[in-house]
Write a new protein. Structure first.
Length: 547
């Protein structure tokens, strides 16, 4: 067979089901090989969207999806989405077409050294130079992408290599062993927890990635400890669980900051520093027990006293058995939880227009079934949703807080709907982020996916304005114009709904779920609440400096 056919056969053998991308001249052999393949190729409207789709698919399934671009501008377009997958720990195999080896030694049309370009944003980047090495390279690519911690890998495929014949065949798949912490390490950690006055758990995305929510729940219930989620760890403990203090991650002090200042021991589980910088919640004085698949990153504000490295499920189970003390849930934990829930509840009956962010969050939660999937883009709306929209299962609220690239929500919703065809999927985006990948509305309609887009419209880059007002008390260069979004969405094939009053959003969302078709909801938002929130944070009792 040709090398391009072998590449596809090896990907099939490794369980790859989808490839997202844009065809080009230098990858036509790969495109042709896909015609007879079980791998479904999803044509996207931009290479960045292709990588975002592959990343979200990888996060939700734990299995790598592939994304494909041609050389030159196609490959450079795809870099942002690939970098996003790596920083958010999503398994992705990025494949680029490339100029033939016979012209790579000189300046040549659309040729860049893509192996070098992708190296900083992937776990591994390599070029195929011999067809017979393809089975080894694909096996390594899949193992590297899916292994802890997951991320993107890159294979550069020159067009002349793709056409060569080969007799090579896919390699046998060997399962990776589970690694556990040593028994003495578990006992030391258990003693530390038993002797602490007020331990606090911080949960990251690694719990969902390792499917350790049951073991986490048993640990929390036996020890009776309060728990905080990072934005990307949401849902590891159900929102209705009284031990859950919900989520943390806002750059400034929030209610959750009070909890971190009360604790004398922080137990991080499946936590990645990229999710929530330790300097935001620990001044380096509070000791940490680190439970994760890999050793802790070195950070002066992350003083690890004990580490349980390896399979999170097994280590949590062993630690739960080793701990002897049931703690008393502190009053401050209950107070923090109530403050967050009260903020949501107080907004439900707000009648002001444009809608306040708190109101949109409350209405979204009220309107959607529990088993819905919300994917937020990056912007001020991300901060509000991360604080106030809560779930009862992992990966039902997806947020990018690694690279945190604008434009991720709509492509991500495409992948989420492919994985969960029978559950509502909502892409929440600001008018700045939506315009970056809005072309994928055509992909949604072409694939027949009933995705709901909820637009928070404020005619500007609201998050940047928020930062400017906090630092300089004025804004600069953050405003822009918008198209008629309703007409734009309808032109793509969406049904459009305009929100003109505060009481219209909940019924509009419920209608969108019932319609089971692509629906676009344009909701104006009042971001004057941003600075009001900043002022409230400053008045929190635990944030006031002592005289």
């Amino acid at each position: 067979m040709k090398a391009a056919e072998l590449l596809i056969r090896c990907l099939e053998h490794e369980g790859v089901q989808y490839m997202f991308g844009v065809p080009g001249e230098e990858n036509i052999d790969v495109m042709d090989a896909l015609v007879e393949s079980s791998i479904e190729f999803i044509v996207t409207r931009h290479e960045t969207g292709a990588a975002f789709m592959a990343g979200v698919y990888g996060r939700l399934t734990g299995r790598p999806a592939a994304c494909l671009a041609t050389l030159g501008p196609g490959a450079t377009n795809m870099v942002t989405g690939v970098a996003n997958a790596t920083m958010d720990h999503q398994p992705v195999i990025a494949i680029t077409g490339q100029a033939g080896l016979n012209r790579q030694h000189k300046i040549s049309h659309q040729h860049y050294n893509l192996t070098a370009m992708y190296e900083p944003v992937t776990k591994w980047s390599a070029q195929v130079k011999d067809p017979d090495t393809i089975p080894e390279m694909v096996r390594k690519a899949v193992r590297t992408a899916a292994g802890e911690k997951p991320g993107a890998v890159h294979l550069d495929f020159p067009e002349d290599i793709a056409k060569l014949d080969t007799d090579a065949a896919p390699l046998e798949i060997v399962e990776s062993p589970h690694v556990m912490a040593e028994e003495h390490a578990v006992k030391r950690a258990a003693t530390e927890i038993d002797e602490a006055a007020a331990p606090l758990i911080l949960v990251g995305n690694g719990v969902a990635r390792n499917k350790a929510e049951e073991e986490l729940g048993n640990f929390v219930e036996k020890l009776n400890l309060p728990l905080v989620h990072t934005f990307m760890g949401k849902g590891a403990l159900a929102r209705t669980n009284q031990h859950s203090l919900l989520s943390a991650g806002v750059g400034g002090d929030d209610y959750i900051a009070c909890a971190f200042r009360e604790t004398d021991l922080i137990i991080t589980i499946g936590f990645d520093i990229v999710e929530y910088p330790p300097a935001n919640w620990n001044e380096g004085k509070t000791s940490i027990i680190h439970i994760d698949s890999l050793e802790a990153e070195t950070d002066q504000n992350y003083p690890v006293k004990h580490q349980l490295v390896g399979d999170i499920q097994s280590n949590l189970e062993g630690l739960t058995k080793a701990c002897q003390r049931t703690h008393t849930l502190p009053d401050w934990a209950t107070e923090v939880r109530e403050q967050v829930l009260n903020e949501v509840e107080s907004a439900r009956d707000d009648t002001s227009f444009p809608l306040k962010p708190q109101k949109i969050c409350a209405d979204l939660r009220e309107a959607l079934p529990e088993r819905s999937h919300v994917i937020t883009d990056v912007g001020a709306h991300k901060m509000w949703l991360a604080r106030l929209f809560h779930t009862s299962a992992p990966d039902h609220f997806l947020i990018s807080n690694g690279l945190a690239s604008m434009g991720v929500a709509l492509p991500g919703a495409v992948a989420a709907k492919m994985v969960y065809p029978n559950e509502p999927v909502v892409a929440v985006a600001g008018d700045g982020a939506l315009q970056m990948t809005g072309c994928e509305m055509e992909t949604v309609v072409r694939l027949g996916l009933p995705v709901i887009i909820l637009l928070w419209r404020d005619e500007g880059y609201g998050l940047i304005e928020w930062h400017q007002l906090k630092h300089f008390e004025r804004d600069a260069h953050v405003s822009f114009g918008n198209p008629d979004f309703l007409q734009l969405a309808e032109a793509y094939g969406f049904e459009s709904i305009q929100i003109t009053a505060a009481d219209e959003l909940t019924p509009a969302l419920k209608k969108a779920v019932e319609l089971n078709k692509p629906v676009f909801i344009d909701c104006p938002v009042d971001y004057k609440e941003n600075m009001k929130l900043t002022e409230r944070f400053e008045q929190l009792s635990c944030n006031k400096k002592e005289d």
